[in-house]
Ligand binder design. Sequence first.
Ligand code: ADE
Length: 434
Amino acid sequence: MHGGQYQVAVTKQHHHSYSLTDSSEVDPDDEKADSPPPLTPLQKLTTDMCKDEKTIKDLIIGRRVGFYKVRGEIGCGTFSRVKLAFHALTKDKVALKVLDKTRLDSQAQRLLSKEISSMECLQHPNVVCLYEVMEKPSRLYLVLEYAGGGDLHNRLSTQGKLSENACKITFAQILSAIKYMHNINVIHRDLKAENVLFTSSGCIKVADFGFSTQVSNRNDALDTFCGSPPYAAPELFRDECYLGASVDVWAMGVLLFFMVTGTMPFRAETMGKLRRCVIECEYTLPPWVPGPCQRLIRGILKEAPADRYAVDQMLGCDWLLPVQFPWTLVPPEPASPLQGLLDSERRDLEEEVEEEVRGLLEELGFTAEHLQNNQTKNSRSPVTGVYRILLHRAQKKRGCDSPPVIRGMVRDPKREGLRAYKGLRHTSKLCVLS
Ligand code: ADE
């Protein structure tokens, strides 16, 4: 699923004439019908959006956007705010990222285009899913999968370092997401604890693709400094061109250190001192960190990008050996004798899911014509939004969204000591190297 480049454009807003392209819309004023059939939920909603005073007022004041009812703020960034919202038909919770177009300079617009096109081609259980994109005259809205368990930075700040098993489960999921992204040449460029979210079931979702980019070749060098300084690789501080995958790998090393110890590997009072620490790769691993984990961190946090572990080396390391992924995360190699069987099982499952979604869409009032007129790959369509939300719900119901487990693990060990990391969230920056 590859998305095209996104253009920010000003369009006219029409609250009073909301319709989807289907000739079977019911006109409730049609006097010829003796006893018109009851309105479907979709017909009721689109009618309310055109005629109901309260709904129209909510649309005008921003308490509703498209098919979504908007609630309170759950996050904010440099150019955006994230709000909790509900789909008016499916009732599912979503995260609504709201961007003020009037505040976006040309560079921010370019980054936004990349964020959308990266997210449009990503579909992985550990990556926040983009359901829909909506555009109004001054605002742009990204409708995202909601991850209700908070972010990793908050968790480490409030509960201290994670237990070793929790670290393995969390890190394995981040690794799975990054392996998938790098395989399709998407580089995140802003991996940090603040951008690692938990769902309420403990699944990890890598979020915020605002600095991401898709390279045409994994050996393409990049030259834009992106991200947060404490997570930035030495080559970024040296103002060199860099390979995207290697800077994501470095940031994963910083993340792992943070999860395991509750402290950041590179800390300094000034940017100059931080730069020196990172460039000299100067960090101290506490001796109590288990040997296999120490070896993994040391394999990642190497000054020279070429010496750093590759993602596959990380996945194959001793420390992660007891992690059992659900089969959806790491499918076997294509040549594996199991592949044929799994392919047919997966096809059956996909067909079952598709059928369930089609049934639910029909119950809501979406017709075959709606689906035909609104390609489900077009993120700008409200039909796509509903389709993707229902598809995701059906996949989750079948366990596609469950975290990996540790072989032989009975329960989580007691959580350990707190570290003073409250209020020290890391802000991300961008500058083009000259
Ligand atoms: N904050 C930012 N993005 C979010 C998301 N997708 N879910 C929950 N909270 C968020």
